[in-house]
Write a protein that binds this ligand. Structure first.
Ligand code: NAD
Length: 279
């Protein structure tokens, strides 16, 4: 059983979440989410952009686990950065998920290509609706994703509520120091997307050596590092054995020296730049 972090709004969030990016809508997303809940995950991460909310929602419903024992996150995509856009996007996500509320709703991307000359206003307006939806009980906690310090500072100019979470790419060798420091200072939970380097860590010789040293797998060592840093990893797999494996790592006690080596691992893909990405 994984424990929880307490967010700056006083609510709790399970320390490991199940990732669903690229789990195809239909059997793949449905079965893998169901397997994850069976294996003990109580935190599921999806997004409108993943186009699998219907299958994820069906698995949640069929799991037999009480709604209030599950933590469900979804995200507002790049076509909805306005008050009305956010309102329609959240309603559509809740309908696809067949839920009355989500535990966490994130602005997926701070600077969509279509609003690159006025992203500050887009985020402020979407956030204004999210604050209202939180009060109305449609969302428990509100947060952001892929926000760098300048995006967080811009949002803070109009926000009444501080983001509870920032979900960013964090993996062995991909450590976004500036925004990590900012989030720690402002008590914002840092979620790690791509905690397994989106697959690239498995061929890394240093990670393989560490896995051998701790008598665990590469995935488990990477996830232990994520928790060591105080991040909240969101590992994704659609295979039953790996889904289980990715939850069985909390017994690893990394040394400070090994954690530092993982943080500085060479050759990792850097996080995408949200201000220049082509979407
Ligand atoms: P990840 O780092 O979780 O890597 C997933 C890949 O690693 C799998 O496809 C599989 O090939 C492999 N894998 C998983 N477990 C394994 C194991 N035990 N052994 C061997 N190989 C294994 O990458 P991800 O899915 O991109 O990221 C995790 C989650 O974070 C996503 O599913 C999604 O929920 C979220 N995410 C968010 C954003 C964002 O912009 N907010 C972007 C990407 C991902």
């Amino acid at each position: 059983m994984v424990s929880v972090y307490t967010m700056n709004d006083g609510l709790t969030i399970p320390k490991v979440g199940f990732g669903t990016f690229k789990a195809a809508d239909g059997e793949e997303a449905y079965q893998s989410t169901l397997e994850a809940i069976k294996a003990g995950y109580r935190h599921i991460d999806t997004a409108a952009y993943y186009r699998n909310e219907e299958s994820v929602g069906r698995a949640i419903k069929d799991s037999g686990i009480a709604r209030d024992e599950l933590f469900v996150t979804t995200k507002l995509w790049n076509d909805a950065h306005s008050y009305e856009g956010a309102k329609a996007a959240l309603a559509a996500s809740l309908e696809r998920l067949q839920l009355d509320y989500v535990d966490l709703y994130l602005i997926h991307w701070p600077n969509p290509k279509a609003i690159r000359d006025h992203w500050q206003e887009g985020n402020a307006e979407a956030w204004r609706y999210m604050e209202e939806a939180q009060k109305a009980g449609l969302i428990r906690s509100i947060g952001v994703s892929n926000f760098l310090v300048h995006h967080l500072e811009a949002l803070a100019k109009t926000a009444k509520v501080t983001p509870a979470v920032n979900q960013i790419r964090l993996a062995p060798g991909c450590y976004q120091e500036e925004v990590v420091d900012y989030c720690r200072k402002h008590d914002i939970v840092i979620e790690a997307w791509g905690p397994l380097g989106q697959g690239e860590i498995f061929s890394n010789a240093d990670m393989k050596a560490l896995a051998e040293k701790y008598d665990k797998t590469v995935a488990q060592v990477a996830l232990a590092w994520s928790l060591y840093e105080g991040f909240l990893p969101l590992p994704k797999s659609v295979h039953k054995d790996r889904i289980k494996e990715n939850l069985d790592f909390t017994d690893i006690q990394l040394s400070a020296e090994d954690a530092d080596a993982i943080r500085h691992l060479a050759g990792a893909t850097p996080a995408p730049d949200p201000d220049t990405k082509d979407f």
